[in-house]
Ligand binder design. Structure first.
Ligand code: NDP
Length: 326
């Protein structure tokens, strides 16, 4: 039996408790991992609060990512003692997730942790940081060099936004950080943001086209903010869109695409193919300044996860929230 956060649902609604759970025998291809660190991501907050139908079956152990040490393996690539990280694949949604002292998953879903990165650092990065790297890789794949001009990051004080800001700045891009929290301006400057943009500037209904402002964008917000970003892209600008913190809709027009040749590139971390994941994790180990990463981190005790999750939906989380388990 292993302690876990468990979401149950019945006719009376959803309940979240901390209690021991048992796992079935490993089948071929499975790996059991002693979870050392996990995290709270925006999607975990949606699952734990029940404010969006993230969880597909009950009872569910939430937690879309974890880092730990292999305890048992029936997969040819892993042996006990290996250090591994997991992001996505429906874990914490359809399969029991990382908010537990033990996780049991398909070995094909795991990535071997690159040398030089600790289990704690892996989760300080977490799915948010790994997604930020996927966004950077998407901008690069579309041929956006640092000389093209400023890159805007929305939701910059949050998890994806903080890591994206640090990664882009380290790569030589000039970063404009959009935030609704002016009090985080110094924090964002330390991460490498050259310009701070008040979210209010991007909150009104967007015109089809606006003054050209940015060569690239990493958007975690969606909705009106993304439609304003699109309207302000320079000729042949590239936008990597990964989030919906401000809404699922996208009230835009074709104008940025057909008149300025703007590219809107979607980024998904959940089903991202394994080779790309491995590249992303290797690059995170090499390119992310681990002292800056530490400045993004807040530790949350395991037992306090249920009461902490709503902070994400209130837009009050700065950087990354990590949860120790060992
Ligand atoms: P966080 O809560 O840490 O960050 C989101 C940030 O967005 C907030 O800190 C805030 O930044 C801003 N924000 C919050 N609410 C609003 C609002 N109503 N309007 C405008 N801005 C708002 O979340 P994460 O960084 O972990 O995740 C960000 C988004 O990316 C989420 O929607 C998440 O689901 C998505 N995501 C998608 C992935 C994928 O695979 N596609 C993977 C990981 C995350 P500030 O106060 O600075 O403005």
């Amino acid at each position: 039996m292993f302690d876990a956060i468990v979401i149950d649902k019945d006719d009376d609604g959803q309940r979240v408790t901390v209690k021991p759970v048992a796992f079935p025998e490993l089948t071929d291809g499975d790996v059991a991992v002693d979870v050392a660190w996990t995290t709270l991501n925006y999607k975990d907050a949606l699952a734990i609060t029940g404010s969006s139908p993230v969880v597909r079956s009950f009872p569910m152990v939430p937690g879309i990512d974890f880092a730990g040490v292999v305890a048992e393996s029936r997969h040819p690539d892993y042996v006990p003692g290996d250090r591994v990280v997991l992001n996505g694949w429906g874990v914490g949604e359809k399969h029991w997730g990382g908010l537990a002292r033990r996780a049991q998953v398909k070995g094909d879903w795991l990535v071997a942790l690159p040398a030089g990165i600790s289990l704690r650092q892996a989760m300080a990065i977490g799915t948010a940081g790994y997604t930020a790297m996927l966004c950077l890789m998407a901008l690069e794949a579309q041929g956006l060099p640092p000389e093209a001009g400023e890159v805007v990051v929305t939701g910059a004080s949050g998890g994806v936004g903080s890591v994206a800001t640090a990664l882009l700045a380290a790569r030589g891009y000039r970063v404009a950080a959009v935030t609704g929290r002016r009090e985080e301006a110094d924090y964002l400057g330390r991460l490498g943001a050259a310009t701070i943009v008040d979210r209010a500037e991007l909150s009104d209904k967007a015109r089809p086209l606006n003054k050209e402002r940015w060569a690239g964008a990493v958007d975690v917000v969606g909705g009106t903010v993304l439609s304003n970003v699109l309207s302000m892209m320079k000729y042949r600008g590239v936008v990597a869109a990964c989030g919906l913190a401000g809404g699922m809709d996208l009230p835009t027009s074709v104008a940025p695409f057909i008149l300025r040749g703007v590219t809107l590139r979607g980024v998904d971390s959940v089903m991202c193919p394994k080779p790309e994941r491995s590249v992303a994790w290797q690059r995170l180990a090499e390119e992310l300044d681990m002292r800056l990463l530490e400045s993004m981190v807040t530790e949350v005790p395991f037992e306090r996860v249920p009461e902490t999750a709503p902070l994400f939906l209130e837009g009050k989380v700065r950087g990354r929230m990590i949860v120790p388990l060992s």
